[in-house]
Design a protein around this ligand. Structure first.
Ligand code: ADP
Ligand code: ADP
Length: 236
């Protein structure tokens, strides 16, 4: 059974005043197996971010089916959706960290929201800090960190609730090439050592080449090509 399965998914945004409606996703079928790293590429406006927001249940679909680990998430109540989202970590281009919190406090946040007891929370945060190599930065404020360190905090926070799926939206686009390589190496460890499935959205073909097992190409709300990275990206 695939970990993520979209069947004939459509997403239409209603017209803004004076405009026309936007068909952001137009009949997408996508299946991602547990353990895979899938790259989603495509021009700006192709629908990549919208697709990821549907998988993360941040937006409802207009029609079609989204299954996570075999469970249909369309039509679930808010309380049930929260449980689904706990199983999905997300990292962002601009990191989306709390500036007022320490590194520790940022990683603690999703555990506090999930009501994880203090002892367990502390153990978990400590383990995550070691995993991402930031144990000595626990008390630092986010502003004191480099871009790469910030994204490592973002990854630790995304992993806090022990998700089976990690969604990465342009997660290296704000980083220089060397730091990008560091973050990609960490994401490979997330996949290999923790067995976490990863979906990466990116416009950086080098990122897809060096990280993904499989690539999905989107254009105007549709998947126009998909397959092993070397086949799809062999003839640019
Ligand atoms: P990508 O991530 O590939 O750049 P997006 O998923 O962000 O593409 O956008 C796909 C299309 O949907 C674009 O035309 C965009 O303007 C539109 N869109 C995205 N989010 C919204 C929204 N909340 N309201 C209206 N239109 C949206
Ligand atoms: P609260 O119960 O209010 O969440 P915590 O004891 O979890 O308080 O944490 C308060 C602050 O103490 C955190 O922001 C963090 O910086 C620091 N802290 C607590 N335990 C540790 C630890 N084992 N390692 C590093 N920092 C810690």
């Amino acid at each position: 059974m695939p970990l993520v399965e979209l069947t004939d998914v459509h997403k239409t945004f209603p017209a803004a005043r004076g405009g026309t409606q936007v068909e952001a996703i137009r009949g997408v079928d996508l299946s991602v197996d547990a353990g895979e790293i899938v790259g989603i590429v495509g021009y700006s406006g192709a629908g990549k971010s919208t697709l990821v927001r549907l998988v993360n249940a941040l937006e409802p679909t207009t029609s079609g089916s989204v299954r996570i680990d075999g469970h249909e998430i369309t039509g679930l109540k808010e309380r049930e959706l929260r449980a689904v989202r706990e199983g999905i970590g997300m990292i962002f281009q601009q990191f989306n960290l709390f500036r007022s919190r320490t590194v520790w406090g940022n990683i603690a946040y999703p555990l506090e929201v999930a009501g994880v007891p203090k002892d367990e929370r502390h153990r978990r945060i400590s383990d995550l800090l070691h995993f991402v190599g930031l144990a000595e930065k626990a008390h630092s404020h986010v502003e004191e960190l480099s871009g790469g360190q910030k994204q490592r905090v973002g990854i630790a926070r995304a992993l806090a609730t022990n998700p089976s799926l990690l969604l990465a939206d342009e997660s290296t686009s704000a980083l220089d090439p060397e730091t990008t390589q560091e973050v990609l190496a960490l994401l490979r460890r997330v996949n290999r050592e923790l067995g976490i499935t990863i979906i990466v959205i990116t416009h950086e073909m080098d990122v897809v080449r060096s990280l993904a097992h499989r690539v999905v190409v989107m254009e105007a709300g549709r998947i126009v090509e998909q397959g092993p990275v070397l086949e799809v990206l062999a003839n640019p």
